[in-house]
Design a protein around this ligand. Structure first.
Ligand code: NAD
Length: 496
């Protein structure tokens, strides 16, 4: 297993590791990072203050004039070299994700490759961001160009240590911005390798900086007058707080929040395909995905489908190999997930597959196994709250309308999926779902470039588009329109 070579992490500013501004031996300036597999401390992450944020913003501000005045092709050339370094180091990066996050190796590798996909999109930007040029009146031309914002900040969650930072980083810097990334304090290691690879690719000092820490670092980034835009990905209540703080400062913000994604199985669904997909959806990455679909509404009882889901869930084993289910992030997560299962059971739900014994079966680490709950009480909290663990809630409903009413009334709006063999049924549901990312026979409609990614309602806050794809280009640039006239026109009016 990978062992961190730098157990006491440092921030990354101006292409080198730096100590906290107020460096001392005071251990309260560091948080222990544990591996979910065995609960052992694998390192310490610094808790940055506003002084550390100031240092990073100064570096990013100093780097901005030179970086933004390069051509976009020149900036993309750095990303091309970075892309090949990602390929070379993908296995090592995946090992780091396994260690600090707890994904199985195949999931970890896939998440690195997904991050790389956004680098590929950023590489295409020289071909797609030229803007329009039009002769709008005789002798008068309008042209628009995209201009970088300046220093931008991205705050990311624990559940994808590489992929989520890669939703913003490649597009932000390709568009000419410089940036500060605040990794999750629970998984801070993998991005330290990524920034070293960026340096090796030739990224100039100060273009990408890492500031570790928690709420104080985030607030300092939001409040800093030289940080022009903020992206945030995390739980909804913090996303909303970050967005509101940015709004008060009239700062550009995109804050993606949590989710409670619904799957609806129509009676004509392909039972084999649906059962496999539902199990992948709720248990993949141990349920720690904003796209995990965790509520299955069956139209009618659909006993055969439920039996197959149960059988496939019972067959899942704990471990770090492909197809196995890894641990969850920490003990607080184990406690939260267990509480939801206990509460549902107490309110009369049947626990068809019980993952709770995994906790005791593992003497080390943070484990809850795949769990399938058959609800009868629509008020069960497990049906409504984001649990963020490998737990599937099944509820039988009587009609398509009842299923849609339940899905529509949930406060989130990240994703929803319909399982059916009928195009007309799929169309009916897709047009009525209250969610930004919808699947037909696909429970986890994962991010795919060049499409943007982002939910609705309480899954997304802020006044700007989606993340990745053209949403990312829009977010990380300003538009400038230039109107030009060189030749005096006869009979010109003010409209000419
Ligand atoms: P989290 O909200 O606890 O933390 C996210 C980030 O916010 C971290 O960097 C953390 O240090 C920082 N933070 C913590 N407290 C803060 C505060 N008071 N003020 C400002 N910043 C603060 O989220 P998490 O547990 O790391 O991640 C899981 C959540 O992220 C889930 O809700 C999941 O659905 C969501 N998520 C959403 C998407 C999406 O695309 N919508 C993608 C991935 C994860």
């Amino acid at each position: 297993m990978f062992t961190p070579d730098q157990p006491r992490l440092r921030n990354w500013i101006n292409n080198e590791f730096v100590d906290l501004v107020s460096a001392s031996s005071n251990s309260t300036q560091y948080i222990a990072v544990t591996s979910p597999y065995n609960g052992k401390v694998i390192g310490q992450v610094p808790v940055s203050t506003a002084a550390d944020v100031d240092q990073a913003v100064a570096a990013a501000s100093a780097a901005f004039p030179a970086w933004s005045s390069r051509t976009i092709k020149d900036r993309a050339a750095v990303l091309l070299r970075f892309h090949s370094l990602l390929t070379k180091h993908a296995d090592q990066l995946a090992d780091m994700v396994v260690l600090e996050h707890g994904k199985n190796k195949a999931e970890a590798l896939a998440s690195v490759l997904k991050g790389q996909e956004t680098v590929e999109y950023a590489l295409s930007l020289p071909q797609v961001v030229q803007g329009k040029v039009l002769e709008v009146s005789r002798g008068i031309t309008c042209a628009d160009a995209r201009v970088p914002l300046g220093v931008v900040a991205s705050v990311v969650p624990f559940n994808f240590p590489v992929m989520v930072p890669m939703w913003t980083l490649p597009i932000a810097i390709a568009m000419g911005n410089t940036m500060i990334l605040k990794p999750s304090e629970k998984v801070p290691f993998t991005m330290t390798k990524i920034v070293e690879l960026l340096k090796e690719a030739g990224l100039p000092d100060g273009v990408v900086n890492l500031v570790n820490g928690t709420a104080d670092a985030v607030n300092a980034l939001v409040d800093h007058p030289d940080v022009k835009a903020v992206t945030f990905v995390g739980t909804s209540h913090i996303a909303e707080m970050v967005a509101q703080r940015c709004h008060r400062l009239n700062k550009r913000v995109l804050a993606l929040g949590g989710a409670k994604n619904h799957m609806i199985s129509a009676p004509d669904c392909n039972i084999e395909m649906t059962s496999t997909d539902v199990v992948n959806s709720y248990s993949g990455c141990s349920g720690q995905r904003c796209m995990a679909a965790t509520v299955l509404l069956t139209i009618g009882r659909q006993q055969e489908l439920v039996d197959k889901i149960v059988a496939k869930s019972e067959a899942l084993k704990a471990g770090s190999r492909a197809g196995e289910v890894g641990p969850v992030i920490d003990q607080a997560s184990v406690d939260k997930i267990t509480r939801y299962i206990n509460e549902a059971e107490a309110s009369g739900a049947r626990i068809l597959v019980d993952g709770r014994p995994w906790t005791a079966e593992h003497s080390e680490g943070f484990w809850v196994g795949p769990t399938v709950i058959l609800h009868t009480n629509k008020a069960d909290r497990a049906l409504h709250d984001e649990i963020f663990g490998p737990v599937l809630s099944i509820l039988a409903v009587e009609s398509a309308e009842e299923a849609l009413a339940i899905e529509n009334s949930n406060p989130y709006g990240n994703a929803a999926c319909i399982y059916t063999s009928s195009g007309a049924t799929a169309d009916h549901f897709i047009k009525r779902f209250n969610a930004g990312m919808c699947g037909v026979n696909i429970g986890v409609a994962v991010p795919r470039e060049p499409f943007s990614f982002g939910g609705w309602n309480k899954s997304r806050f802020g006044n700007h588009c989606d993340i990745t794809g053209d949403g990312g280009v829009e977010f990380f640039s300003l538009r400038r329109k230039v109107t030009t006239k060189w030749v005096p026109q006869a009979n010109a009016s003010w409209m000419s």
